[in-house]
Design a protein around this ligand. Structure first.
Ligand code: ATP
Length: 246
C-alpha cells in the first residue's frame, strides 16, 4: 500500500502573506487505511500542513510555493476545499467549527452535500451509532453541548461525507483525559470499521501513538523524525520530549 498512498506530501514550502515561510520542504505520506500522527511543538507548522492539504490555506493568505500534494493520486493544487470534500478528503479544524445556533441534527444536515435523503439518513444513523450521545442530544442546540460532545459532532460531520481520509486537528484540545480516551477509541473504531484513513495532529503524543500506525515529528517546518509508532515510542528523545518520560 505504501506504493499507492492515499495522501502524499512531496517537499512542500508554504509562505504566509508572501513573507513568512512556515513549511520548509516537508514530506509525509499516509498509506491507505492507516492512521498517521503528526506531532511537534507549538508553531512548528502542524495546522499549516493540514490547511495546505485541504486548500483552506488560501483563506488565510497562505500559499503553496513549491512541492506538491497528491490526494488519491491526484494533485490538490487545482482543487477547492469543497471539491476535495467531494473527492473524499475532510478537514476537521482545530476548535470544532460547528454551528452553535443550530441543533445537532441541523449541523449534520448542513454537512450533507449531495445524495438522496435515504442516503443521508443512513449516514446520520452511522454517526449516531458511533456517537450515541449525539442521538440523545440531536434536537438540542449544538452551542449547549459540552466540549467533548462538540468534538464528537465535528467528527460526526466529517463522517457524513463518507470520506476516504479525515484530517483531524487536535481532537483532544480542551478535553479531560477520560473524554480524550473515549474520542480516540471511537476514532480507532471508525478507522477499523469504515477503513477511513486519518492524519491526526496532536499535542497528546501518548494518545496519538496509542492509535496511530506511524508517526512524524516536525520542528520549524520540516520533519525531524518519523517511523512506526512502536519504534518511536522506544526512542529516548521522543520519550523525553514528547511522551513526558525521563
Ligand atoms: P499550534 O499547535 O500552536 O497551532 P502548529 O504547529 O499547528 O502550532 P501553525 O498553526 O501551523 O503551527 O503555525 C506555524 C507558524 O505559522 C506560526 O509561527 C504561526 O504564527 C504562523 N502562522 C499561522 N497562521 C498564519 C497566518 N494566517 N498568517 C501568518 N502567519 C501564520
Amino acid at each position: 500500500t505504501n506504493a499507492d498512498p492515499i495522501l502524499d506530501i512531496q517537499n512542500i514550502e508554504v509562505v504566509y502573506n508572501n513573507t513568512i515561510q512556515v513549511l520548509r520542504g516537508l514530506s509525509l505520506s499516509v498509506p491507505r487505511g492507516a492512521i498517521v500522527a503528526l506531532l511537534g511543538s507549538n508553531g512548528a507548522g502542524k495546522s499549516t500542513t493540514l490547511k495546505a492539504i485541504s486548500r483552506l490555506l488560501e483563506m488565510e493568505k497562505g500559499e503553496l510555493k513549491s512541492g506538491d500534494i497528491l490526494f488519491d493520486g491526484q494533485s490538490v493544487r487545482a482543487d477547492t476545499p469543497h471539491g476535495l470534500v467531494r473527492r473524499g478528503l475532510f478537514h476537521v479544524m482545530e476548535g470544532r467549527r460547528i454551528f452553535e445556533d443550530l441543533t445537532v441534527e441541523e449541523n449534520m444536515i448542513a454537512a450533507t452535500y449531495a445524495g438522496s435523503n435515504a442516503e443521508a439518513r443512513k449516514r446520520f444513523d452511522l454517526v449516531y451509532e458511533y456517537f450515541p450521545r449525539l442521538f440523545e442530544r440531536r434536537k438540542g442546540l449544538a452551542g449547549y453541548l459540552s466540549g467533548g460532545e462538540q468534538q464528537m459532532l465535528a467528527i460526526g460531520r466529517a463522517l457524513i461525507a463518507n470520506p476516504k481520509i479525515i484530517l483531524l486537528d487536535e481532537p483532544s484540545l480542551g478535553l479531560s483525559p477520560l473524554l480524550t480516551e473515549e474520542i480516540f477509541s471511537i476514532i480507532a473504531r471508525i478507522n477499523n470499521e469504515q477503513k477511513t484513513s486519518m492524519l491526526i495532529v496532536e499535542q497528546n503524543a501518548a494518545m496519538a501513538f496509542a492509535v496511530a500506525d506511524y508517526g512524524y515529528i516536525m520542528e520549524t517546518g520540516r520533519i525531524m523524525l518519523d517511523g512506526p509508532t512502536s519504534v518511536l515510542t522506544d526512542d529516548p528523545d521522543v520519550q523525553e520530549f514528547y511522551l513526558g518520560m525521563s
